[in-house]
Design a protein around this ligand. Structure first.
Ligand SMILES: *Cc1c(COP(=O)(O)O)cnc(C)c1O
Length: 435
């Protein structure tokens, strides 16, 4: 039976993360479905043998993976705890109540809806709760770091609503709150959206609240990226300012793939109806249980330390990259996220992503509004995953060195860098070593 490409790894490389259920789970999968087992274990190996710098990714805990792989996956549960359309929901009701209680406590929200299947589903439901098709919405423009759900023409948001985009200052790369205010006054939006896929700085939620109040708009915070930092006290909390807070549970927050909406009691019924039955069907109870496990982990002192280390690592990585000549947008970061222009090193963003991938550094390209280089694109890096692995500032300096070496590497040299990447990550196996 084919095993997971051990040939591609040096003999002393870690064997990769334990799949959910541990080695016994791997044996079971290998017996039941060798074709899929090879893919799944291969992916676990890929995650462990490279530097995972995609800003939206992380390594969930074995406890979160165990909840995801639990028999709660079998249960149908349309509706909400105590009011389901199916029998036998007593225990999944308990699971959802725990998830709601933990999310509300973690973020200081009066109400939490933990059913959205993803961050995008949360945003869809938030719009459904407050808006009607044709309403005007002011959000960060896509070329500046707005998400697809912030008015992209290929997304429901751009088709069903009239989006106006705000940008960032072309020199500083920072949100110009006066400019946002002027746009709000000119367009009178029904809702103002703050949040981005690539903005590396803290968002001034009080400033957005003041603008929203001035024009009588709702404020929706799409905190998909920073919500994990909020949980750990390493970023400002939008909950006291925004009418609705949309978030993912799988980015820095390190829970399972999914979304949620946080709000005050006055919006609870509208939000709940907008999620089910308006935009979704049955809740995914295994994911909701896993979200609860993730919220429980995020409420610990260890997670607070983690969130602060994520930011310290991003700052160290940004500074080390800048010292190598990479141009860092906004000159640094307040969060887990760095956007950078590699073109001063003679490589455009797309070529950079390819060379970095060959060397085992996995990251994204992103829009870079003030870049003069290739089609306004840069690279986006995040430190959530490598920090979960236990890396600190020392390793960030090493990553910056490897980053630049990979950019300069031509052909065979890339494999030399890749060997160094393997050596580095070999000391930080995301799920421990398989015995
Ligand atoms: C990641 C993200 C989303 C969407 O999350 P999915 O789970 O991929 O649907 C929405 N908004 C912002 C700002 C994001 O960063």
């Amino acid at each position: 039976m084919p095993v997971v490409s051990p040939a591609s790894a040096p003999p002393d490389a870690p064997a990769g993360p334990r799949p959910p259920g541990g080695p016994a789970g791997a044996d079971l999968l290998l017996r039941a479905d060798p074709e899929m087992a090879e893919i799944i274990l291969g992916e676990a190996h890929r995650q462990a043998e490279g530097l995972q710098l995609i800003a939206a990714e992380n390594f969930t805990s074995p406890a979160v993976l165990a909840a995801l792989g639990s028999p709660l996956a079998n249960k149908y549960a349309e509706g909400y705890p105590g009011a389901r359309h199916h029998g036998g929901c007593e225990l999944v009701d308990a699971a959802e109540r725990v998830a709601v209680r933990r999310a509300s406590a973690l973020f200081g929200a009066e109400h939490a809806n933990v059913q959205p299947h993803s961050g995008s589903s949360a945003v869809l439901a938030a719009y459904a709760a407050l808006l009607r098709p044709g309403d005007t919405v002011l959000a960060m423009g896509l070329p500046y770091g707005g998400h697809l759900t912030h008015g992209a023409q290929v997304n429901f948001s751009g088709r069903w609503f009239d989006f106006v985009g705000y940008g960032v200052d072309p020199v500083s790369g920072l949100i110009d709150y006066d400019r946002v205010h002027a746009l709000a006054r000119a367009h009178r939006p029904k809702a103002l959206v703050c949040g981005s896929i690539s903005y590396p700085r803290h968002i001034d939620y009080a400033a957005f609240r003041a603008i929203a109040d001035d024009v009588g708009a709702y404020l929706i915070a799409d905190a998909a990226h920073p919500i994990g930092l909020v949980a750990g006290g390493a970023a400002p909390n939008p909950v006291p300012y925004a009418d609705l807070v949309c978030a993912t549970t799988h980015k820095v927050l390190r829970g399972p793939r999914g979304g949620m909406i946080l709000c005050a009691e006055q919006y609870a019924a509208r939000v709940d109806r907008a999620v089910f039955p308006f935009t979704q069907g049955g809740a995914q109870m295994h994911t909701i249980a896993a979200k609860a496990v993730g919220f429980g982990e995020a409420a610990t002192p260890a997670f607070t330390a983690y969130a602060h280390q994520v930011v310290a690592n991003a700052r160290a990585l940004a500074a080390a990259l800048a010292a190598e000549g990479v141009r860092i947008t906004t000159g640094g970061t307040d969060t887990h996220l760095i956007t950078a222009d590699p073109s001063p090193l003679g490589v455009d963003a797309r070529a950079a992503r390819g060379r970095l991938a060959t060397a085992g550094l996995v990251l994204d390209t992103c829009a870079l509004p003030e870049a003069t280089g290739a089609a306004g694109r840069g690279v986006r890096l995040g430190t959530a995953a490598v920090t979960t692995q236990g890396m600190t500032e020392t390793e960030m300096a090493r990553i910056a060195t490897l980053f630049v070496a990979a950019l300069r590497a031509d052909g065979e040299d890339a494999y030399g860098v890749r060997a160094e990447v393997r050596e580095l990550v070999g000391h930080f196996p995301p799920y421990g070593r398989v015995r």
